[in-house]
Design a protein around this ligand. Sequence first.
Ligand code: PMV
Length: 315
Amino acid sequence: MPETERRLEYSAPGKVILFGEHAVVYGRPALAVPVSQVRATAIIEPSPPGSGLTIVAPQIGKYISPATAPGDEPLSFAARLTLERLHVGEPDAVLTISSTIPVAGGLGSGAAVSTALVRALAAFLGFEPGNAWISELVFEVEKIHHGTPSGIDNTVIAYEQPVYFRRGYPVLRLHAGAPFTLLIADTGIRSLTREVVGYVRRAWEAQRAHYEALFDRIGELAERARNAIEAGDIHALGLLMDENHALLAGLGVSSPELDLLVETARAAGALGAKLSGAGRGGNMVALVEEEAAARVMEALKQAGAVNVIRTQVTR
Ligand code: PMV
């Protein structure tokens, strides 16, 4: 397959989990939507013959040659796996990675970087793999970041559409019956998904029946939320988010900072709010009516949110 001698640019969105985090690792359904306001970008350009592939990530000070990088370095692992699966050798090129998605904040930064990188590298080599192919490859990279990922991050990001996700089942697109607005607020506290997921696993091992019952209840909320989204019933959706937050707190993955932002959003008029992603830090998400958005956003900032993103889920 001939190389294109062009500069190519690909990007992938962040994501926010609306329902079902943690329980999704144990086979329950979850809902997630892409957040296109924050993105990871990969630019690939030809380099002199014989120079091989170099990956540069200036924001994190990385300058890597995939051929010699350690096996668990995620960027080079993603590049090597792409070449292996396409049955091609290393091109002479420079891949530059950048991202506006906060790292370790529950917005899918790792999966977005991998998705942009894989798409750019494949395109440079003349391939245009489908979303399922990309998602599955990124899932392999996610294992380095997360240990035992459910697959929801790579799915919602590679498909870049709202999804109803259940491990081992076909990916279902979620169709919103009416558009709705979300505010995503960052506690500023970085939290490693791998550690929080590991904490939940140890707790589940110690008290299986209790945790299985919590996961069942979270899974039921995700099912009801899917119906509410499809029916365009945002008031019902808000209440379900509140219930999901309470169950996540019961799992032990909330934090005082997350609880404060969740309570602040509700007090300022949000229809519902919950932590999003692994928890213990990172982001929370609030559902708001358009007219309340500015007020809730201001209240979140006053309460200490280091950043607030406003996004809309459309029909
Ligand atoms: O922290 P994030 O956004 O990577 O989300 C993790 C979601 C979990 O359900 C906790 C783990 C997973 O792999 O689904």
